[in-house]
Write a protein of this length. Structure first.
Length: 148
């Protein structure tokens, strides 16, 4: 690349193995995560699979589809929606903030299942994990979620 010479990657992986275009979320999940009901605890199996999407709404649909395939009950968490500086409450009403759907930020309402594959989007304590780390939900509590 630096000498205007690019490596020919056409024969490294056939296109059908690197990208798939399907119309329905269920078809996509079945193609990328076949038999997820049996394999969702296999971290090696999960580590070689990923679905990328350009819009959050597509991700929500895909996540819902995957979670429906994983056995167990869902737990729903809501983000803290309090303004730190009480003088600014009028400027940042929660009715406005909660529905915001910003790229790279988790939604206000997060639904999880034990065993579900997740990705850490924003780490508040960078000493242990970095953004983009792939995890699996191990245990859920009222105030926090443990992952591995």
């Amino acid at each position: 690349m630096g000498e205007s010479k690019l490596m020919n990657l056409r024969n490294v992986l056939p296109r059908q193995q690197t990208s798939v275009r399907l119309q329905k979320a269920y078809e996509l999940v079945q193609k990328v995560f076949p038999n997820i009901t049996q394999n969702y605890k296999n971290h090696q199996w999960l580590s070689v699979r990923a679905i990328l999407a350009a819009k959050n709404i597509a991700i929500y649909t895909i996540n819902f589809t995957i979670q429906n395939e994983i056995p167990g009950e869902t737990t729903t968490y809501e983000s803290i929606d309090a303004v730190v500086n009480q003088d600014e409450v009028v400027n940042y009403p929660t009715e406005f903030l909660n529905p915001l759907d910003l790229p790279g930020m988790p939604p206000h309402v997060l639904t999880l299942k034990i065993g579900a594959p997740i990705i850490l989007l924003r780490n508040i304590n960078p000493l242990r994990l970095c953004n983009g780390t792939r995890l699996s939900v191990k245990k859920m509590k009222r105030e926090e979620t443990n992952t591995y």
